[in-house]
Write a protein that binds this ligand. Structure first.
Ligand SMILES: Cc1ncc(COP(=O)(O)O)c(C=O)c1O
Length: 382
């Protein structure tokens, strides 16, 4: 039911003629995996980031797994990370039988708060896994300082942050830590499924290249394996998409920023509605999603339902990881542990957001949200 209005989805990837052309090239090459598109994608992405050692992999999750292994995580290690993230960032730590230790987030940026990270470090902590959530750069300088003091490694989850830039001018993911990007269709750049790991040196890149390919070195025969490996390869078809997407990434990022700015204008001044934080201190967000925090008294499920009636998709984004049943049962987490994260998770609502969202559609979403919130307030005070 959409009240006769065209439905507006939450996300929609932008693909065009160049993607079709390069996909055909990949098909015609008959090299559908480990072919020329793999290296082409890795090189273009590296150039874009200002990083030399890029490994394309089958997903952001696979990338996190390989990056953690490359960092040297071991069973029983504690890894400090964010409870306000997509679940894969914490799950990847469990893949190596290490333990995700959560800490609370900064209310403005929604990234882990360096002071809370410092307080969560123990003698068993081996590393930090900060997430650049919603494309906003995490406070890497403070985290890197802490990592040096405490002798910790860092793996950055930059899955949502391709195109973001730190105050010092370095691209997010290109600071010299192991960093991971994701290319699912809702991301700034998509390969359908896919991801990439940026390594600080060529040795770690070769370890990752080998482990993504069943533990083979580049000079080995197909059935030779000299270490434990996985099938985390990204096909040449997916890499072809990636090469084409990189060619128009800047335009897509600019379009996302334009849509976000329009939302900002259209939703300004709504009482108790918190909008995504503007850039500050020289850090630059790469717009990934447009997530608002609803006024505390508003029922989010009702809001989602009312928006749906008006043909508008929206969803809670993100739930707190430590309160998911699996994490509660396994680690005994409970409500109240990370109050900022829990408050944000309770109130957050993702609105439709993608590069081709027209101004009129943004305005329709904003007007509808205003109406729904006004109606909710009116019924609460009746
Ligand atoms: C913060 C974060 N980490 C990890 C991932 C996992 O990436 P993928 O879905 O490509 O495995 C995602 C993507 O959804 C993400 O948003």
């Amino acid at each position: 039911m959409t009240n006769g209005q065209q439905p507006i989805p939450l996300a929609r990837p932008q693909v065009g003629g160049r993607e079709e052309e390069l996909l055909l090239d990949a098909l015609r090459s008959r090299r559908l995996s480990l072919g020329p598109m793999l290296g082409a994608f890795e090189r273009s992405l590296g150039q874009r980031l200002g990083a030399e050692n890029v490994s394309a992999v089958s997903s952001g999750t696979a990338g996190l797994h390989l990056a953690l292994r490359a960092a040297g995580v071991e069973a029983g290690d504690e890894v400090v990370t964010s409870p306000f993230s997509f679940v894969a960032s914490a799950n990847s730590i469990l893949y190596e039988d290490a333990r995700p230790v959560f800490c609370d987030i900064d209310r403005r940026t929604l990234n882990i708060d360096p002071a809370a990270v410092a307080a969560a470090v123990t003698g068993r902590t081996s590393g930090l896994l900060p997430v650049h959530i919603f494309g906003y750069p995490a406070a890497m300088e403070a985290l890197e300082k802490l990592a040096v003091q405490e002798n910790l490694w860092i793996v950055e989850d930059a899955c949502e942050a391709l195109g973001a830039v730190h105050a010092d001018g370095r691209a997010v993911g290109a600071r010299g830590n192991l960093s991971v990007f994701g290319f699912y269709p809702n991301k700034q750049l998509t390969t359908g499924e896919g991801g990439a790991v940026v390594s600080p040196n060529a040795d770690l890149k070769s370890q990752i290249d080998s482990e993504r390919n069943q533990g083979r070195a580049p000079d080995m025969d197909w059935l030779d394996h000299d270490r434990l490996g996985f099938n985390y390869r990204l096909s040449d078809i997916a890499c072809a998409l990636g090469v084409a997407q990189l060619e128009h990434l800047d335009t897509m990022l600019a379009d996302r920023a334009r849509v976000a700015a329009r939302y900002g204008e259209a939703l300004a001044g709504v009482d108790e509605l918190d909008l995504p934080c503007p850039d500050a201190g020289g850090d630059r967000r790469s717009w990934f999603v447009y997530v608002v925090q609803l006024p505390p008294s508003v029922d989010r499920d009702d809001t989602i339902r009312e928006l749906r009636v008006r043909g508008i998709d929206s969803k809670p984004y993100l739930p707190a990881i430590h309160l998911m049943s699996f994490y509660r049962e396994r680690f005994g987490h409970r409500e109240g542990e990370f109050p900022v994260c829990e408050d944000v998770a309770r109130r957050s609502l993702a609105l439709p957001f993608f590069p081709e969202l027209a101004e009129g559609e943004v305005d329709r979403v904003a007007t509808s949200l205003r109406e729904v919130l006004d109606a909710s307030r009116a019924s609460a005070s009746a």
